[in-house]
Design a protein around this ligand. Sequence first.
Ligand code: HEM
Length: 523
Amino acid sequence: MTDVASMGSEPGDERPILTNRQGHPVYDNQNQRTVGARGPATLENYQFLEKISHFDRERVPERVVHARGATAFGYFEANGSWGDEPISRYTRARLFQERGKRTPVALRFSTVIGGRDSAETARDPRGFAIKFYTEDGNWDLVGNNLAVFFIRDAIKFPDVIHALKPDPVTFRQEPNRIFDFMSQTPEAMHMLVNLFSPRGIPADYRHQQGFGVNTYKWVNDAGDTVLVKYHWMPKQGVRSMTAADAAAVQANDLGHATRDLHDAIDRGEYPEWELLVQLMSDDDHPELDFDPLDDTKVWPENDFPPKPVGRIVLDRNVANNFAENEQIAFGTGVLVDGLDFSDDKMLVGRTFSYSDTQRHRVGPNYLQLPVNRAKEARVHTNQRDGQMTFYVDGWGENPHVNYEPSITGGLREAQYPTHDEQGPEIHGRLTRKRIPRANDYAQAGQRYLLMEDWERDDLVTNLVDQLSQCVRPVQERMVWHFLLVEDDLGLRVGKGLGIAPEDVAHLEPLHGQDLTDEDRRRL
Ligand code: HEM
């Protein structure tokens, strides 16, 4: 190996020598090689060409949603039981079993709609995506800070995102496009009541909650399943901003939340969240006025009390933003033994979408990158090659065998931990149907009534501000929905827009809309 340690250095300068990617020392990083000081450059100028052509390829496509975000690392510490009740009664997932057991984690916070350099003060859901590097492989829990979502069927996701993203012609986020879509989407009301309240602009990433939002399952040793929802509560408390607060912050800083997270960890003030779960028996619960697989709903805490499972602490910043924040890849399909999917129609669509986009965004070998690989588990696959293959994932006794089954020393299948059957039997015919018990307004109304006065005032101000930029038919339909959510909300937003309940009384329910008896009474 050529010793370049001292080449070209001033005596006593211990800094490493700059090289190109071939390991050649760089003698001059200020001037290209040319014919004479003023003459033409030559194409054999390898050092310059490598530098500039690598630069040309520095960017990968940004995430189609959640492009702006910040990642930090730390650990999850398990509680193991609730009093005398061991958690193993509900799940065999190993990371939860022992009190005090620690699992390394990465957590990426994000906004949703803006691009990679957009303002972090946006009124927007905040992403809360965690990667647990467990001994059984990785587990990703990809959630948000508002507990619910705009839609309940993944087939509508491209539409809701197109409506929220900038107009394809003006490239502005246009309230009229957003509320045009929302006015035809009654299941969005619960999310809108949250989003346009102060909760829609968290003060920063440390002072926000996180929720898994979708319904998952837990599986125990016997193969019994329960439905589960995940909640993350910040030890730092929850803080939000009004639109005026946000404008003041944004005037000075587009990245205040990333800075706050980074600086707090640098100072040794490690942010912490408690993980709680709500559990429900694995059936369709006809006694409830909503479907447990509907991600536009929360589960009432009186009936399904949140139980603490452990905590996460973030104690390390990224060493490099691109390697560990831009290239980190989460997905709802990334589960470990003891955790499972439910038939939530959003979850199934999400589970396809994440790894699909990551093969395109980062590349087919994105799981070989240090931040994404299952570093606490052994990885042995027969997946090979493709762009940017960094290493072979591990083989059996014979490196010639990249297939299975084989009698000549390849990889073998694992044994099921117990058996391969779990959960209830499902029967049905193929169909395209909305889930029953849509009940689009009741929980939105309860949320409105639970708010403090100033939060309700802020919600009304924000809705009137946005809706006053919309055309009259969109305004009328939104007032119609808000009257169904809660009279007071509909009346106040209507007043701000100059629309009285009589002005919307002629509107019929939307095509295919299911109204409850209570909704019909309000009409
Ligand atoms: C990111 C799709 C619903 C939370 C993404 C990405 C896609 C996507 C394609 C970019 C991933 C990447 O480039 O690495 C979908 C689809 C959905 C859906 C198809 C519905 C069918 C949701 C919901 C939530 C959510 C309901 C919240 C519970 C997130 C988060 C990220 C993300 C937090 C950012 C992950 C990161 O920080 O890298 N989503 N999403 N998504 N999504 Fe979704």
